[in-house]
Design a protein around this ligand. Structure first.
Ligand code: PLP
Length: 367
């Protein structure tokens, strides 16, 4: 591990003392040339592995053609990506932006505009991002406290759904909140409540989308169809992108002038995302479930395992930070979600052999 790196950067992250300079598949290389097996993948972002040839070629090709013209005009990668996502969803219109938080902001504005109602009902323990709107609907008071007053209208718990509810906003698996898959009944109840009260059901699939759970959208594993989904992290394999997809069956809500993002739908990011969407086929989704089963079985010796697909967590009996640091020293990159929760979000392309290597390294760490 390289010694602690320094830079004039505001301390919003507790960074580990390593500087990565290169990646290849599930492997990273630090500034000293040391190799690491990467089971974080940029927190569920680099789904196809570092420098995957398909999005790399698509982005390179687009870099050589056109970088940006603004949303005053059409660009082909954005049009193609919207069509691909619509097909995956079963009919939807897209708004493109640059991050998960921005996709949640778009969802909140869309739901308010489409219903004329003020409230968003989210769940305790949820995480929807750090911008003020997304933070307002994040069900973790400790993350909100220092930034009050936030955007009004956020309620926590499905008991608050009623005539003022614009949308119910849920993560199919609460990621940052500790990797807690929602019980199937909760999603079904949310769908029924939304229908009963004329509210919209929005699923935040920023972390669970794009194949992460073994289906393109996690809602496909649950069989509960939302009115809209948010996507970001894995969509362009590491280039910044976010998207709100609104079902063709739901109100369009937005009119010209209602919402915007200068960089949204950036041609290079969208070109890479098209290659990512094409790569998430049945074979890869089956692989995600198979590697998930292998990892889950192997991880069970370290603690209780939970999660869905390749969004996995192990509840440890010791603080996770020491495990994260010891693993890094052993050449394995793992994450956390809470004080005692080990979180693994590896590339979807992780091989069975690499999964076995990761389990061997963790055995040494826990020895
Ligand atoms: N929504 C969910 C479910 C997330 O997991 C995250 C990030 O972890 C966000 C929103 C915010 O995404 P971003 O960090 O890209 O703004």
């Amino acid at each position: 591990m390289t010694t602690t790196a320094q830079a004039p950067i505001l301390p919003t992250y507790a960074r580990l003392g390593v500087t990565f300079v290169e990646g290849d598949g599930a492997w990273l290389v630090d500034a000293d040339g040391k190799r690491y097996l990467d089971l974080v993948a940029g927190i569920a972002v680099v789904g196809l592995g570092h420098r995957n040839p398909a999005p790399l070629a698509a982005a390179r090709d687009q870099l050589d053609k056109l970088w940006h013209v603004s949303n005053l005009y059409w660009t082909q990668p954005m049009q193609v990506l919207a069509a691909k996502l619509s097909e995956r969803f079963g009919g939807a219109q897209a708004f493109f932006c640059n991050s998960g938080a921005e996709s949640v902001e778009a969802a909140i504005k869309w739901a308010r505009k489409a219903t004329g109602r003020p409230e968003i009902v989210a769940l305790d323990g949820s995480f929807h991002g750090r911008t003020l709107g997304a933070l307002s609907v994040t069900g973790q008071p400790a993350k909100r406290a220092a930034f009050e007053p936030l955007v009004p209208g956020a309620r926590f718990g499905l008991q608050h759904v009623g005539a003022k509810t614009a949308a119910i906003l849920l993560e199919p698996v609460q990621g940052e909140g500790g990797v807690h898959p929602l019980p199937e009944e909760t999603l079904e109840q949310a769908r029924a409540l939304a229908d009963e009260h004329g509210a919209l059901l929005v699923l935040d699939e920023v972390q669970t989308g794009v194949g992460r759970t073994g289906a393109f959208f996690a809602w496909q594993r649950y069989g509960v169809r939302p009115d809209a989904v948010t996507l970001a992290k894995g969509l362009a394999n590491g280039l910044p992108i976010g998207a709100l997809l609104v079902s063709n069956g739901a109100p369009t809500g937005f009119e010209p002038g209602d919402h915007a993002s200068t960089f949204g739908g950036n041609p290079v990011a969208c070109a890479a995302a098209c290659a990512v969407v094409d790569a998430i086929d049945d074979e890869l989704l089956a692989h995600v479930q198979a590697v998930s089963a292998q990892l889950s079985e192997g991880l069970a010796r370290f603690g209780d395992v939970r999660g869905l697909g390749l969004l996995l967590a192990v509840e440890l009996e010791r603080p996770v930070q020491g495990v994260v640091e010891a693993a890094l020293a052993h050449g394995l990159v793992v994450g956390s979600a809470g004080e005692y929760t080990l979180r693994l979000t590896p590339p979807l392309t992780l091989t069975f052999d690499e999964a076995a290597q990761a389990l061997d390294i963790l055995s040494e760490v826990f020895a």
